[in-house]
Write a protein that binds this ligand. Structure first.
Ligand code: FES
Length: 151
């Protein structure tokens, strides 16, 4: 069922509104003139996901290079910091479990011929490895001058 959540002019670029869509709390965001809607319920422990902060994704094509991806930002849950792709709801980063100390890794030097790419299904083409959670996203559209969430 489609729910009108406001006029386009009610949303300044960067605004978010938390609205009720058929009994579900949903956050509607306007970012770079795109609209996104995501359920205000973190899949981790049900925190108020849409009250969290937004940040661009940092990407790198190698050591010493860090760029900000111009695509949809990540939304960090205010409770424990898990981050979600605001467009797909996919989690990517979050706090470790149990022991808070950093995990150590063995380091070795190998010839390139011994190196292979990530195992199939492990990493996406952009190098990001999906996390265990998937936040529920909701289709959102602009019909004439109204923002409509399809919940
Ligand atoms: S409840 Fe959202 S990260 Fe834990």
């Amino acid at each position: 069922m489609k729910v009108v959540v406001g006029k386009v002019s009610d949303f300044e670029n960067g605004d978010r509104k938390i609205v009720d869509v058929n009994g579900k709390s949903v956050g509607v965001f306007r970012i770079d003139d795109q609209f996104y809607a995501i359920r205000n319920r973190c899949p981790h422990q049900f925190g108020p996901l849409c009250l969290g902060s937004l940040a661009p994704r940092a990407v790198s094509d190698g050591p010493g290079t860090v760029l900000m991806d111009p695509g949809p930002p990540l939304l960090a849950c205010p409770w424990h910091g898990w981050e979600y792709d605001i467009a797909t709801g996919q989690s990517f980063m979050g706090p470790g479990r149990g022991n808070r100390s950093a995990r150590r890794y063995d380091v070795s030097v190998l010839p390139g011929s011994e190196l292979v790419g990530p195992a199939e299904g492990q990493a996406r083409s952009d190098g990001r490895v999906p996390g265990p959670y998937l936040a529920e996203t909701v289709p959102v559209s602009v019909e004439q001058d109204y923002v409509v969430v399809d919940g």
